[in-house]
Design a protein around this ligand. Structure first.
Ligand code: NAP
Length: 252
């Protein structure tokens, strides 16, 4: 029996977990950071919460006799990917990273790329109407700009470091609690309804949240993009099917 640790938190990881459960000779351990209260249900052997850095992950890999590690975390989850690479190396087990292709600008797109949300927020034009779709972390950087209207979308209410709520940081802002995938029609209507002038996004790649980018292009709305961190060195797969093949190719 081969024992696989699948690091999740993405649509791809959920799909993969479902597919891999049908594999004979494979025991799957599925791991989530545990930040999302409304996490989508996943069957089977699921653990929630951090491991405690590289040392904690190394301990888990050894104590659970893990043979393979597949890192299917979000491309912007750089810390866990770095830890996974290091811990797998220490334990001498095979590891691959499922790292989606980043989005690239298409004709008609007006993009500006940033290395941090702080820089992005600081540069926003005064009094702009901005749709912020960067998840629930890092929003404090935008709250510095009280002159800007923010429509913020995230899966659940953001946790601010001072424990306060959205309206305290964004008195004139609006919060939408929604989980993707999103369709082009809905995204277009959303941007129009709120008279959005600029879209602030992470470059997350993949199809589930791409529609907002396509809608922005149609409506000639500029997109300010937080650049995706590079994948960690080592084996990389780009989608669920390649990830499935990598795992099954390693079965004893
Ligand atoms: P991160 O900054 O790379 O990781 C921070 C810490 O969270 C890690 O050091 C680890 O704690 C723990 N952690 C992260 N992913 C984990 C997992 N799958 N299983 C167990 N522990 C995990 O990660 P993040 O950006 O906060 O993302 C957290 C989770 O949300 C990930 O599962 C990611 O796939 C998902 N997600 C992130 C984004 C994003 O934009 N960053 C978007 C959508 C989904 P220890 O050091 O204690 O082990």
């Amino acid at each position: 029996m081969t024992r696989l640790l699948l690091l999740g938190g993405t649509i791809e990881a959920r799909e993969l977990a479902q597919d891999l459960r049908k594999c004979r000779g494979l025991e799957l351990f599925y791991s989530l950071a545990g930040r999302t209260q409304k996490a989508v249900h996943v069957d089977g052997n699921v653990r929630r919460g951090g491991f405690g850095g590289v040392a904690g992950l190394e301990r888990f890999l050894r104590e659970s006799n893990i043979d393979l590690l597949l890192d299917a975390t979000h491309p912007h989850a750089a810390e866990i990917s770095k830890n996974a690479a290091e811990a797998a190396q220490r334990c001498n087990i095979s590891r691959a990273q499922l790292h989606r292709e980043a989005w690239t600008a298409r004709p008609g797109d007006t993009w500006r790329e940033f290395d941090s949300l702080k820089e992005m927020a600081a540069d926003l034009p005064a009094k702009a109407r901005v749709f912020v779709s960067v998840g629930s972390q890092g929003l404090e950087d935008f709250a510095m700009r009280q002159d800007v209207f923010f429509l913020v979308r995230s899966i659940e209410s953001p946790n601010f470091s001072d424990g306060s709520d959205f309206k305290r940081h964004f008195p004139s802002g609006e919060l939408l609690l929604e989980r993707g995938p999103f369709e082009l029609e809905g995204e277009r209507a959303l941007l129009q309804k709120w008279k959005i002038e600029l879209l602030a996004s992470k470059n997350s790649g993949g199809d589930a949240t791409r529609a907002k980018i396509d809608a922005a292009r149609e409506l000639h709305i500029p997109v300010w993009m937080l650049a995706s961190p590079p994948p960690v060195p080592g084996t990389r797969v780009k989608n669920v099917s390649e990830a499935f093949d990598w795992v099954t190719g390693q079965l004893r």
